[in-house]
Design a protein around this ligand. Structure first.
Ligand code: BMA
Length: 326
């Protein structure tokens, strides 16, 4: 049994081989954390951020919490996906309606190339958190569209192509605080403005994913279905613990879960994941992948403080799902 990633090849994908003694499906970059607060003057933390392939380089939208602890989105660029130059100033979105463009806060961005441009979705402050949507061609000018949903909602993640002629997005309806619940839903849109036909995808289950679940990076299209890396939360006696798992969703009806990991693939166990502003958080928001080799690089926020990088392959995740899934 094997699995193939669909899409364009990416020959300069950041990569490190799996260490010989590693028994885990995902291994960390040896120079983690990848991005720390020093990259942006005035940053308290840089985490839960999204990167994407752009021409022969990489671009990204980064979550910067300022020293005032305002949650902002900043644009960034990199030649190799490892060394990042991030704008000192936050993105000023152009919006037709100033009511929508009014900045309150923005966090946990995702970025996807879809048809002819890059779309950004994020958790946008509009009378509580909801899903903001914008597009850019160059990561210099960003055009904000309508919020996708009513508040409260988080973890809005677009699919990288239309499905049955409609734009498609996963999201997690929530409350106004540190929501102690949450299921992933699927919605579709003919125009990126009006979202409907909502379908339930998955609920929390046991153990590391017993409190809430939320979509992580943009789903990866493969021969066997959409490979979805997601986060799951467990409420320990010391608070929330954020780990990551993987699921396989049906290609044409992505609300149908084919398999879903029983074991986590990544959980907080390194000092930079256990110690920080919010201890015990690994929060994947982006991946880069190469169809030719099956290699996947995962960018994740650690302890709500730094951005880290980890590696796996489609084959490893697929076999992991055969062995450890519901
Ligand atoms: C969630 C979001 C994430 C954060 C996580 C842990 O609700 O705010 O950005 O990483 O909590 O604090």
């Amino acid at each position: 049994m094997s699995i193939t990633i669909l899409g364009h090849k990416l020959k300069n994908l950041p990569w490190e081989e799996k260490p010989k003694d590693c028994l885990e499906p995902v291994w960390r970059y040896s120079k983690n954390p990848l991005i720390t607060r020093e990259t942006v003057r005035g940053a308290n933390s840089i985490f839960n951020s999204a990167v994407v392939a752009y021409k022969d380089e990489f671009r990204g939208v980064f979550r910067i919490d300022t020293k005032e602890l305002v949650m902002e989105l900043h644009s960034g660029r990199s030649e190799d996906g490892l060394s990042w130059n991030i704008d000192q100033e936050r993105i000023e979105f152009n919006a037709e309606d100033p009511e929508i463009g009014r900045f309150v806060y923005g966090y946990d961005p995702r970025v996807v190339f879809l048809e002819d441009r890059y779309y950004v979705t994020w958790c946008n402050g509009y009378h509580g958190p909801t899903i903001g949507v914008a597009y850019t061609y160059d990561f210099e000018r960003f055009y904000q569209l309508e919020n996708a949903f009513l508040p409260f909602n988080r973890n809005g993640v677009l699919f990288p192509r239309k499905i049955k002629g409609k734009f498609a997005m996963l999201s997690r309806p929530s409350d106004n605080g540190h929501t102690p619940f949450g299921d992933i839903f699927y919605s579709e849109s003919p125009d990126m403005i009006h979202w409907g036909c909502h379908r339930h995808v998955m609920s929390p289950t046991a153990g590391w994913q017993s409190t809430k679940v939320g979509a992580g990076p943009i789903p990866i299209e493969t021969s066997e279905g959409w490979l979805l890396i997601y986060h799951g939360v467990w409420t320990s006696c010391n608070g929330f613990v954020y780990s990551a798992g993987v699921a396989l969703l049906d290609l044409e009806r992505p609300w149908k879960v084919i398999k879903r990991s029983k074991h986590y693939i990544l959980n907080p166990r390194m000092p930079y994941e256990n110690i920080g502003d919010v201890p015990n958080v690994t929060f994947p928001c982006a991946s880069l992948q190469d169809p030719e080799t099956g290699r996947i690089a995962i960018y994740y926020g650690a302890a709500d403080t730094v951005t880290a990088l980890a590696f796996t392959t489609s084959e490893i995740l697929y076999h992991f799902l055969q062995e450890h899934s519901y």
